[in-house]
Design a protein around this ligand. Sequence first.
Ligand SMILES: Nc1ncnc2c1ncn2[C@@H]1O[C@H](COP(=O)(O)OP(=O)(O)OP(=O)(O)O)[C@@H](O)[C@H]1O
Ligand SMILES: Nc1nc2c(c(=O)[nH]1)N=C(CO)CN2
Length: 162
Amino acid sequence: MTLAYVALGSNLASPAVQVRRALDGIAALPATRLVSASSLYRTAPVGYADQPDFVNAVACVDTTLSPQALLAALLALEAEFGRVRSFRNAPRVLDLDLLLYEGTECADDALTLPHPRMHERAFVMVPLSEIAPDCVIPGHGAAADLASALDKGGIERLSALS
Ligand SMILES: Nc1ncnc2c1ncn2[C@@H]1O[C@H](COP(=O)(O)OP(=O)(O)OP(=O)(O)O)[C@@H](O)[C@H]1O
Ligand SMILES: Nc1nc2c(c(=O)[nH]1)N=C(CO)CN2
């Protein structure tokens, strides 16, 4: 079994509901156990500002799926939720990014690990450091150290999941 971390984001169609349902979907993936999930956070949009606030969270899973199979399962879950791809950073019902897959670094267009932009995104690093403060992002450092150095304006913790 391998630990992996998944970022969840939504800013359409009741985002908090979408993120909670997506966590149920991740828990139901084959050969995969949901180990923990962060609180939900309301976050101001980054990159393309003229869109609704997001709800973001991070989940930790234990899986025997390969990194490629896990990403394929996550992309299938996005499609089930009605994700339509339009332009980069566009509003979305559900975005699932594979952040880290323990022991794996790769740089294909189809799958780059660690996720190349995760360390600079407070909407990822704040929930990740809540559930895994000591987790190291290869080439960048520990989640808690990275999160503490980022601007956390526009990020509000909504609720713990349990
Ligand atoms: N670690 C990864 N996690 C998720 N997708 C990845 C990863 N590495 C590469 N990709 C590829 O990126 C493609 C586009 O992903 P997506 O549409 O979610 O990007 P985005 O959410 O708009 O932007 P960003 O990647 O900056 O979050 C996916 O089809 C996938 O094949
Ligand atoms: N707050 C916030 N901003 C974003 C997000 C996101 O999940 N949350 N996702 C993006 C593309 O992946 C671009 N901008």
